[in-house]
Design a protein around this ligand. Structure first.
Ligand SMILES: [Zn+2]
Length: 258
């Protein structure tokens, strides 16, 4: 267990997470360090870490327990939609690191229990000396334009009620641009050209780095991959159906903000 260090600004950057949800004060304010210490004593408290350089403390709580009435929970996604990028970054980091720490307990080479590194965000094997850094999974997310229309789809595996951009994990050995062409073609049957990078966002569910692109329609008719998409279609960019929430890079792509 990491030593507890009091953050420089105890009113900020203290996160308690329950799965995809975040614990807040009942009035919606962020937790203080004192709140975190109180929650840390509960039976459902799990892993805890602090990063003095980031003024960051994070605690994991087990799902399915009742919190004291002075707290409530909200989704991490809603926090991203309503807070400054700097705070969202630290929450994303908290969630991703708690998830990584849970998964990365033993050395994958020799099975020895890993220890905390003191000079970097990593764990190391005291037996074979392997160093393990947090994993980041690169994904591409693409808005395809055809004149005044944009290509949106409803996905089978996530948020079925919204129309979103095409997205997918990069394959080993690919460039990001190759992944853009492949994902669009595989999932919709559409070929694209003029691929441009627009920005990125960490998306800690659990460890993606979303690389956002725009591309232009080149050829093909929509033919959805049934294992991935419920439907896909061309929509007027000024009259879109329900799209992802603010705070996501998909929202910024669709609404022309990046
Ligand atoms: Zn080892």
């Amino acid at each position: 267990m990491a030593m507890i260090t009091f953050p420089k600004d105890p009113e900020k950057n203290c996160f308690a997470l329950i799965g995809r949800n975040l614990v807040l004060k009942e009035n919606g304010d962020n937790l203080t360090f004192q709140d975190l210490l109180e929650l840390k004593e509960r039976e459902d408290a799990g892993d805890f870490f602090s990063e003095p350089d980031n003024h960051l403390c994070a605690l994991e709580l087990t799902e399915g327990n009742t919190l004291p009435s002075k707290y409530k929970t909200d989704t991490v996604r809603h926090f991203f939609a309503t807070h400054p990028e700097e705070e969202s970054y630290l929450l994303a980091r908290s969630r991703a690191l708690l998830s990584w720490r849970k998964d990365m307990v033993y050395c994958s080479c020799c099975g020895t229990r890993l220890e905390e590194s003191t000079d970097s965000t990593s764990r190391f094997c005291p037996s074979c000396k392997k160093i393990i850094f947090p994993r980041i999974e690169p994904c591409v997310i693409v808005l395809v334009n055809r004149g005044e229309e944009i290509l949106l789809a409803r996905h089978l595996q996530r948020n079925q009620d919204v129309y979103a951009c095409i997205a997918g994990f990069m394959e080993v050995g690919e460039t990001a641009e190759h992944a853009v062409r492949r994902e669009i073609l595989e999932e919709t049957g559409i070929s694209v050209k003029n691929i441009h990078y627009r920005g990125s966002q960490s998306w800690p569910f659990p460890d993606q780095l979303m690389l956002a692109f725009t591309a232009e329609y080149e050829s093909g008719e929509i033919n959805v991959q049934k294992e991935e998409l419920i439907e896909a279609g061309w929509f007027d960019r000024n009259n879109c159906p329900a799209t992802p929430q603010p705070g996501s890079i998909a929202y910024r792509l669709i609404h022309g903000l990046i």
